[in-house]
Design a protein around this ligand. Structure first.
Ligand code: C5P
Length: 224
């Protein structure tokens, strides 16, 4: 870690999608480039935090000065998060698949002419954010989640913050018209116990820097 006002603090960040195997060549996943989560990891490291980035399969490069743990599935992401604890700060920006295939096939499912289309039985994945938000000695001081919504963004995000038990929730509009998904910019709302802050549309790097500054202020009262 480099010197900075978050020196001595450990931040854990999840980023990217998870891939849940159907068979060795097929998977189900959410859309996620990892750009916002990776930028947040870099911004926290730039303020001196020791950062563990737990990343699903992405093509964006590893941020410098961050230790990166690469995972595929939600179950692996949860274990990697638990191994990385304790942490002072957790920012869970990954787009975790809500379900996984109950019985992934060991061999490739063959496409045979005339044969039935395979049916997939799905089972729920663990909710990493809700798990990490549970009160207890291992709970990070500040747990921050994301809510990607396509309608009623604020109302859904306020409800989600309470349901998950996290401290802050960053809500963004990912409807196709917003251009946020996979794009370079993001327009977010920071939901805390105190209320809602509307941030301007900014490059994802700038959203990350602003969030890191806000985290610093919350933990130390300082500004970068
Ligand atoms: O419930 P939903 O997927 O909309 O919640 C989004 C937030 O919860 C994000 O912060 C995401 O990283 C986190 N999450 C998680 N584990 C899941 C599902 C979502 O950590 N299985």
């Amino acid at each position: 870690p480099k010197p900075g006002p978050l020196a001595g603090r450990h931040a854990l960040v999840t980023s990217g999608p998870t891939h849940e195997p159907i068979d060795p060549v097929r998977y189900i996943a959410n859309r996620s480039s990892g750009r916002q989560g990776h930028a947040i990891a870099a911004a926290l490291a730039a303020l001196g935090a020791r950062v563990t980035l737990i990343a699903g399969p992405v093509t964006v490069p590893d941020p410098l000065g961050v230790s990166v743990v690469k995972v595929e599935t939600a179950a692996q992401m949860l274990s990697a998060v638990q191994v990385a604890l304790p942490a002072d700060i957790a920012v869970l920006a990954a787009a975790v698949a809500d379900w996984r295939v109950a019985e992934p096939q060991v061999g490739k499912i063959k496409k045979q002419p005339g044969a039935e289309v395979p049916a997939l039985r799905l089972i729920p994945n663990p909710d990493i954010l809700a798990t990490l938000s549970q009160p207890g000695p291992a709970r990070p001081r500040l747990v921050i989640g994301f809510a990607a919504e396509t309608d009623d963004v604020i109302a859904h995000a306020i409800a989600k913050r309470l349901r998950k038990g996290c401290d802050w929730l960053i809500a963004n509009d990912v409807s196709p018209a917003s251009g946020v998904m996979g794009g370079a910019e993001n327009e977010v709302h920071l939901i805390t116990a105190a209320g809602v802050e509307d941030w301007p549309r900014l490059p994802k790097d700038a959203v990350a820097a602003r969030l890191a500054a806000r985290i610093l202020q919350e933990l130390t009262g300082e500004t970068p």
